[in-house]
Design a protein around this ligand. Structure first.
Ligand code: GLN
Length: 378
């Protein structure tokens, strides 16, 4: 049965849960420095990630527009899979960026993710982007023998100044997949560096359009000041209902869609998106799966990035390419960093190949021996 609702960033916009209307969730993890600094549970699905990591529930749902299942999973040492765009119906989910939004499960391990995904996926005529395909038996199909599989390592993800613990975990991941029988190949995804800027144009553009319906008439709250007319009601409602990050996205989105700037930003970002999808198409000629880190850092402190939206956005750098290409992608725990905090390994697969992604996730899970749990400090 359903246990309850969980917190998330407002309209799923954020990477730390701090934009939530209800206040943020605090990660159950603490650094091993003896301090008690409150850490971000990841975002936007920080309530889901934390409830699982704190053992309040075995699994939870999330939506992933640009990493909101994978990055929070990585931050708290659990697993999460964003399936191929269209696998899970979005009916009933508030739209953020419709060409990217996809639901998926988060759970303690890969098998539970497979069980959950099987229950969540399937054709729904109420969602026009729903894939009309049978749902494979992912749990029954779990198999961590990767002989015959090629795993690509994209050189563009080895960013200058990459965190050394992240780089070491990635190397461990490569060794584990090799041990499981996979052949490792170096690949190139040349347009990777344009993915984040393209995402932060396309997602706000779609959000600004989707959120236009929150006018105080039929959706959301209504703020009707004394003697106010219709326009005043719209303005008061939107000022009262939207937090700072959501307003920032609406402003960016309406700007990049405005007549004078549409071609310079929105059209350009759509072209970049096509190139990113093509990068993956070329990569699939050389490999079946791709292995990379989920995020460029472990969980950061609450408040650490709130005044600098760009550094917050940068946390999504490894997550957004798979989103822009609509591909299945999963995060599984890869180990702990020097601060004692979980790090996630990301597996990206071909469209519809959730089985391949889950199997590689299982192969890592069996070898990573990740048994660490958040200390029960509460
Ligand atoms: N952190 C990203 C953003 O703020 C992704 C959010 C999501 O996937 N919902 O847009």
């Amino acid at each position: 049965g359903m246990l309850g609702k969980l917190n998330l960033d407002q309209f799923a916009m954020g990477s730390s849960n701090e934009t939530s209307y209800f206040g943020n969730v605090i990660s159950p993890w603490r650094r091993n420095d003896g301090g008690n600094a409150a850490l971000a549970p990841g975002g936007s699905s920080g309530g889901s990630s934390t409830a699982i990591a704190a053992r309040l529930c075995p699994a939870a749902t999330g939506t992933d527009t640009g990493g909101s299942i994978r990055q929070p999973a990585a931050f708290v040492g659990i697993s999460g899979i964003k399936p191929t765009y269209g696998r899970c119906s979005r009916w009933g989910i508030v739209a953020f960026a419709s060409s990217l939004d996809q639901a998926g499960p988060m759970a303690r391990d890969v098998r539970d993710c497979a069980i959950m995904l099987e229950a969540m996926a399937g054709f729904d005529p109420k969602d026009s982007t729903s894939l009309e395909l049978p749902v494979p038996e992912w749990e029954a199909g779990l198999n961590s023998d990767l002989r015959g599989k090629k795993v690509g390592i994209p050189k563009e993800y080895r960013l200058d100044g990459i965190d050394e613990d992240i780089a070491a975990m990635w190397d461990n991941g490569i060794a584990w997949l090799k041990d499981a029988g996979a052949e490792i190949v170096d690949i190139s995804l040349p347009h990777t560096k344009y993915a984040l800027p393209a995402y932060y144009i396309i997602a706000p553009a779609e959000a600004s359009s989707n959120l236009a319906r929150y006018d105080g008439v039929r959706y959301g709250l209504r703020d009707l000041p004394d003697g106010a007319g219709l326009q005043d009601m719209y303005a008061a409602t939107r000022a009262a209902g939207f937090g700072a990050e959501v307003r920032r996205r609406i402003m960016i989105g309406t700007y990049v869609l405005s007549a004078g700037f549409y071609d310079a930003y929105y059209t350009q970002a759509q072209k970049v998106r096509a190139l990113i999808a093509r990068d993956f198409e070329y990569a699939w000629k050389q490999c079946d799966l791709i292995l990379a880190p989920t995020a460029p850092s472990a969980a950061f402190g609450l408040g650490e990035k709130t005044s600098d939206p760009l550094s917050m956005y940068l946390n999504d750098v490894f997550a957004v390419p798979a989103s822009l290409a609509g591909l299945p992608a999963m995060s599984v725990p890869g180990g702990l960093d020097k601060q004692g905090l979980p790090l996630g390994l990301q597996i990206v697969g071909k469209a519809m190949d959730e089985q391949g992604v889950l199997n590689a996730g299982l192969a890592i899970e069996e070898r990573a021996g990740f048994t660490a749990e958040a200390e029960k400090w509460w």
